[in-house]
Ligand binder design. Structure first.
Ligand code: MOS
Length: 695
C-alpha cells in the first residue's frame, strides 16, 4: 500500500479556491469562452417516437438571412459508426425516440438559428411506438452485465424456499420514477476545427465531467487520433452524471463546425432539450422478498428488478447492488430485466443503481421491522454482516452500526413512539423514519497522472480533472500542498484540459480518490527527483501504481427523516433530515458537508417532488421544464444535517478518503417514505410520495 499522506491542509475547511472567480463572474463556463466570431447551432427534433425521416425541406430555413448551413441525415458529413449509437447523430434516417436530433441549423445568431430551425419541415414515415414499462411484458430481456460491468443476476442458496418457510416475511413491489438530471448549467459545446483534412485538429469547450473520456469518444467517431482533439472545461455548473458520458449534442456541434471553415460553432442545449439529449434515471420496478425468524434475523433477501433501456442503445442500471451487499442472509438473489423501448437512452444520474436500489430494500426492512415488532434501527443492527455478503471479502472498514447509533442519538430516535399514526400536532400527523445507505469505493489505481512544475517560488500542479462545483479543485489543492509539504497558497492547480495529464471521469464518487492519488504520487516523485529546493522550471509528471483489491470497500450512512402530513390535504413536509456517514477521511469539511447535504436534498426532491411524466400517446416527457418538473426549493428543505464518523482506513488511498458525491442521495427517499408511514400508517411503495397517495 502507498504510504499515507501526512496531513496538514487536508482536513481543514479551506474556502473554495475558485469561489471568488465563480461569484464574481470571471470563471468562464462552456458557453463563455471567448472565441472569435462564433456561429450558433439549433437542433431540429423529431416529433415522432419511431419511424424514418423521409424528407427534410430546408428551403425556407436556408432562405433566411444569416443562415449558414442546414444539416440533415441526407447531407451530414459521415462519422465512423459502430462505437456508440448515441453519438451517430444524423448518420441515418432512423428515428428511435421523440426529441431525437433529425436536423440542425447553423446561423449568425442564436435567434436566427432558432427561427430557421422552426422553418425546417421534416416528413416522417411513422411507426407505432411503445414506451410502456411494466413487469409483466413478455419481451423483457436479461442484459449481459449491468452498469458498468457487474453480473446481471446473483444467486446464493434458495431464497424462495427460505421465504416459504419463514416466520416473518415481506413480499412487496416498489417503484421509482423516471428522473432527469438538471444541473444549473445546461450542456454547451463550442467546437472549432483547425487545419485542413490531413492536419485536422478540433478544440471543444464543453461542459463535461471528464475531458479525457470525452476526447477519446469524440476521437473515435471522427476517426482522429486523440491527440488531435483538445477538450477544455475548467469550470462546470453541475452534472450529476449527465455530463459524465458523451452525448449526441457534442458530436453535432463538431460535425456542424466542419461546415463553417474554421469558424467556431456554439450549441447551447436548452433546458427542454436536456430532457431528450443527456440521459436520465430509468424508472424501476423492484419486487423485494425478505424472510426472517421471529427475532428479525434475515434468512432470505431478494430483489428482482425491471427497468427500461432504449432500443437503439443499452444502458442497464445496476439497481440490485445494494441488496447484494447490505445485510447478512444465507439465501439471496438479485436479478435485472430490461424492456427496450422507443425512448432516449437512460444514463448516469447521481448514484445510478444504489439510489433507486436502496429505496426498495430499505422500505422493505421497515415493513419487516413492523412485522417482527422490532425497532427499525434494532432490526438493522441484528442483520449486520461480518464479511461482504456478495464477495465474501472482509470489509476494509464498515461503520454502518456506528452511523445508525450515532444518528439515532443525534436525531433523538429513542423517544420515538413504536406505533405508527400515534402523534398528531394540530392539523399534522408527525412521524420519523430511518434508512441505511451505502456507496462503493470505485477507485481505479493508476487511472490518472499529474504534473508538478516549480516556477517563481510556486508549484503548478496539473491534472485533467473536473470540478462540477463539488470542490474538487479545492481538495486537490489541499492534497497537493500536503504532498509537496508546502502551504496551500503556494500551489496553483490547473484542471479541466486535455493538455494536462490524463484523468478519469468525475463519477462514481471516485474523482478525488483517483486524481488525488496521482497528485500525491507525482508530488512525491517530484520531490524525490529535485529535493526540497527545486530550481525554476523543474517539472515532473507521474502516476500512482495499481494495487490488488483484498477488501470490500464502501462508504456507509444512516439517514433519519421527520415527516409531517396534513390530516386534511395530505400535504407532506419534511422539516428535518439528519444523516451520519462513514466516508473515510474527510478532506475538507466545508465542501464535504455541502456534498452530503446536497445529496440528501436531492433525495428529498426525489421522494416528494421529482418525476418525469412520459405521455404514452406521444412517447414524450411532457413536463420537460422547471415549471412542471418540480425540484425541491429552499422552502421545501428546512433542516438538513450531515455528520460523519471519524474513520481511519489504511486500505483506500494515500488520503484515506472513500468518496462523498453520491452517498448523500442513497437511502434518503426510503427514510422519508418510512417517516410518512410512521406518521400516517399508510405504506407508500411508489415514488414520488404525493398527497393523493396518502389517502
Ligand atoms: Mo455520478 S452519476 O457517477 O456522475
Amino acid at each position: 500500500m502507498t504510504e499515507p499522506l501526512r496531513t496538514r491542509a487536508v482536513g481543514t475547511d479551506l474556502e473554495r479556491v475558485d469561489g471568488w472567480a465563480k461569484v464574481t463572474g470571471v470563471a468562464p463556463y462552456a458557453d463563455e469562452h471567448p472565441v472569435p466570431n462564433p456561429a450558433y447551432l439549433q437542433a431540429v427534433q423529431s416529433t415522432v417516437a419511431r419511424g424514418r425521416v423521409t424528407e427534410v425541406d430546408a428551403r425556407a430555413a436556408t432562405a433566411l438571412d444569416g443562415v449558414l448551413t442546414v444539416l440533415t441525415p441526407f447531407n451530414a458529413p459521415p462519422l465512423r459508426l459502430g462505437h456508440d449509437a448515441e453519438l451517430e447523430v444524423l448518420q441515418s434516417d432512423a428515428v428511435w425516440f421523440r426529441g431525437q436530433i433529425v436536423a440542425a441549423v447553423v446561423a449568425e445568431t442564436p435567434e436566427i438559428a432558432r427561427q430557421a430551425a422552426d422553418l425546417v419541415r421534416v416528413s416522417f414515415d411513422v411507426r407505432p411506438h411503445d414506451v410502456t414499462l411494466s413487469a409483466d411484458r413478455d419481451d423483457l430481456y436479461k442484459p449481459e452485465v449491468v452498469n458498468p460491468r457487474h453480473p446481471t443476476d446473483t444467486l446464493t442458496g434458495d431464497p424462495d424456499s427460505a421465504f416459504d418457510s419463514a416466520d416473518r416475511a415481506v413480499d412487496a413491489t416498489y417503484t421509482t420514477a423516471m428522473y432527469h438530471n438538471n444541473p444549473m448549467e445546461p450542456h454547451t459545446t463550442v467546437a472549432v476545427w483547425h487545419g485542413d483534412d490531413d492536419t485536422a485538429a478540433l478544440t471543444l469547450y464543453d461542459s463535461t465531467q471528464g475531458v479525457h473520456p470525452l476526447r477519446d469518444a469524440v476521437a473515435a467517431v471522427f476517426d482522429l487520433a486523440p491527440e488531435r482533439i483538445r477538450v477544455v472545461s475548467p469550470y462546470v455548473g453541475g452534472g450529476f452524471g449527465s455530463k459524465g458520458r458523451p452525448h449526441a449534442h457534442v458530436v453535432l456541434a463538431a460535425l456542424a463546425a466542419r461546415r463553417t471553415e474554421g469558424r467556431a460553432v456554439t450549441f447551447a442545449v436548452s433546458r427542454r432539450q436536456m430532457f431528450s439529449f443527456v440521459g436520465y434515471r430509468t424508472p424501476t420496478i423492484q419486487r423485494m422478498r425478505l424472510s426472517a425468524g421471529t427475532d428479525g434475523r434475515l434468512t432470505g433477501i431478494s430483489n428482482d428488478v425491471v427497468e427500461l433501456t432504449a432500443r437503439f442503445k443499452e444502458f442497464a442500471e445496476q439497481t440490485g447492488l445494494p441488496t447484494r451487499t447490505m445485510y447478512a442472509a444465507p439465501h439471496r438473489r438479485t436479478t435485472h430485466r430490461l424492456a427496450a423501448l422507443d425512448v432516449p437512452v437512460p444514463s448516469w444520474m447521481r448514484a445510478p443503481g444504489e439510489c433507486p436500489g436502496m429505496f426498495a430494500p430499505e422500505v422493505a426492512m421497515d415493513e419487516l421491522a413492523e412485522a417482527c415488532g422490532l425497532d427499525p434501527v434494532e432490526l438493522r443492527l441484528r442483520n449486520e454482516p461480518e464479511r461482504d455478503p456478495d464477495t465474501g471479502l472482509p470489509f476494509s472498514t464498515r461503520n454502518f452500526v456506528a452511523c445508525l447509533t450515532e444518528g439515532a442519538r443525534r436525531f433523538g430516535w429513542e423517544s420515538r413512539p413504536r406505533v405508527s399514526r400515534s402523534t398528531r400536532d394540530g392539523d399534522w400527523w408527525v412521524g420519523t423514519g430511518v434508512a441505511g445507505s451505502t456507496y462503493p469505493v470505485l477507485r481505479q489505481p493508476g487511472s490518472a497522472a499529474a504534473s508538478v512544475r516549480y516556477r517563481d517560488g510556486r508549484y503548478e500542479v496539473g491534472i485533467g480533472a473536473a470540478d462540477l462545483g463539488t470542490g474538487s479543485s479545492t481538495v486537490l489543492t489541499q492534497i497537493a500542498a500536503d504532498a509537496l509539504d508546502v502551504a496551500v497558497d503556494d500551489v496553483d492547480l490547473r484542471i479541466g484540459d486535455t493538455a494536462l495529464p490524463r484523468a478519469p471521469v468525475a463519477g462514481g464518487s471516485s474523482g478525488t480518490a483517483n486524481w488525488g492519488s496521482a497528485v500525491v504520487a507525482a508530488a512525491r516523485q517530484f520531490r524525490g527527483k529535485y529535493g526540497p529546493d527545486p530550481a525554476d522550471g523543474d517539472e515532473y509528471t507521474g502516476s500512482d501504481d495499481g494495487g490488488k483489491k483484498r477488501f470490500a470497500m464502501a462508504a456507509y450512512g444512516a439517514q433519519f427523516a421527520e415527516a409531517r402530513v396534513n390530516v386534511h390535504t395530505g400535504e407532506i413536509r419534511v422539516p428535518r433530515l439528519l444523516g451520519v456517514f462513514a466516508v473515510g477521511r474527510v478532506i475538507n469539511p466545508r465542501t464535504a458537508r455541502s456534498q452530503l447535504v446536497g445529496g440528501m436534498t436531492m433525495g428529498l426532491s426525489m421522494a416528494l417532488h421529482e418525476a418525469s411524466v412520459l405521455d404514452k400517446r406521444f412517447g414524450f416527457v411532457v413536463n420537460h421544464d422547471f415549471a412542471e418538473y418540480h425540484i425541491a426549493t429552499c422552502a421545501d428543505v428546512p433542516s438538513v444535517e450531515a455528520h460523519w464518523i471519524d474513520e481511519d482506513d489504511p486500505h483506500l488511498n494515500p488520503m484515506g478518503s472513500k468518496g462523498i458525491g453520491e452517498i448523500g442521495i442513497v437511502g434518503t427517499a426510503a427514510a422519508i417514505a418510512n417517516a410518512v408511514h410512521h406518521a400516517t400508517g399508510v405504506r407508500i411503495r411508489d415514488l414520488p410520495i404525493t398527497n393523493d397517495k396518502v389517502f
